[in-house]
Design a protein around this ligand. Structure first.
Ligand code: SF4
Ligand code: SF4
Ligand code: SF4
Length: 323
């Protein structure tokens, strides 16, 4: 796939369809793949990477990139197209300045899950009939493929691209996902158990802001958490109130706009399952206002952005018996 993508990018640069390409390049380690912009065929051949560790969603980068001169090619996985659509809907990207090539998605791999098996010095990986063969500086190791899959891919909601200019590979379908299973488990806990679960998780937060910075729904030019008068500007939380507050406020800000891309949890250095907070909102929005998937299209009104006379009342939460 990587070779075909490089050839596609070279062709679109050569025929003038695009002026730049956003893709990914390798960092210090084999699994350290980060978004990068390429301007020439030579740069693409030298550094462009698309492999089992290429999971970063480049949609958010297009907020800035699409406002620059010229047109940029973006390779978007199915999940990434939901983020891009949502950004169009919110007028955060200039659609005509982006040429979208839809590419097949994952499942992508989580290097931390491989390392958790005691496997280090990773050089490359290969999926051999669902056994992951890992070439390391110490020799070859193996583990079951699905035990190394990123959480966001393990609960994939769709293999279908919701926006593109052209597609590479086969188009997929919206999936019958298990993504609300863990939310249901949390709902079935007592209030005290749930509080303890979230305190244990959020107490690990070092306020690195990676979750906010990667989130395609967090595109405010001035974020409330960067306000120098707030007393909480860019600093590690000093107590449990501040730990909770950052996450609860951010979850409310992205409610109804979060496409469930899973990037917040993927980048968290403390492995906090942040997406579960947002999934709770998604699940409740579905239950209270009817099925709604942010990013699915660019025309529908989001349930939290409009008022209908038969909208549910907040009291419905208590009627459902939630503690
Ligand atoms: S990425 Fe993780 S550690 Fe960093 S601010 Fe977000 S929750 Fe906290
Ligand atoms: S809150 Fe997390 S899952 Fe939702 S859009 Fe932002 S990064 Fe993606
Ligand atoms: S946390 Fe709120 S204010 Fe900050 S970038 Fe996200 S949506 Fe905007």
């Amino acid at each position: 796939m990587q070779e075909a993508m490089i050839n596609k990018a070279k062709q679109l640069l050569a025929d003038g369809t695009v002026d730049r390409v956003i893709g990914w390049k390798r960092g210090e380690f084999a699994y350290d793949i980060t978004p990068a912009v390429f301007e020439t065929a030579e740069e693409l051949v030298a550094d462009f990477v698309y492999d089992d560790f290429t999971s970063a969603n480049v949609s958010k980068y297009l907020v800035k990139e699409s406002r620059k001169e010229g047109r940029i090619l973006a390779f978007l996985k199915p999940c990434d197209t939901y983020s891009f659509n949502q950004l169009i809907k919110e007028h955060r990207v200039v659609r005509e300045n982006v040429y979208i090539v839809g590419i097949p998605g994952g499942p992508k791999l989580d290097a931390e899950k491989i390392k958790a098996k005691g496997i280090t010095g990773i050089l490359s990986v290969k999926n051999d009939n669902y056994t992951l063969k890992i070439d390391t500086i110490y020799g070859e190791e193996t583990m079951p493929f699905y035990e190394a899959v990123l959480d966001k891919c393990a609960s994939c909601k769709s293999k279908k691209h919701v926006i593109y200019d052209e597609l590479m590979g086969e188009e997929g379908d919206v999936l019958d996902s298990n993504r609300f299973d863990m939310v249901e488990k949390l709902e079935n806990m007592t209030a005290q158990e749930r509080f303890e679960f979230w305190r244990e998780q959020l107490s690990k937060c070092i306020r690195c802001n990676a979750c906010r910075n990667v989130c395609p729904a967090c595109t405010c030019e001035k974020c409330v958490f960067d306000n120098p008068d707030s007393g909480i500007e860019n600093k590690a939380p000093s107590d449990s109130f501040e730990e909770n507050m950052f996450h609860i406020i951010r979850a409310f800000h992205v409610a109804g706009r979060c496409t469930d891309c899973g990037e917040c949890s993927r980048v968290c250095p403390q492995n906090i399952p942040l997406h579960l907070l947002n999934r709770k909102f998604i699940k409740d929005i579905n239950a209270f206002y009817g099925e709604y998937q942010a990013g699915e299209d660019i025309v529908s009104r989001a349930p939290l952005n409009e008022y209908k006379q038969d909208d549910c009342e907040a009291g419905i939460v208590h009627e459902r018996g939630v503690e």
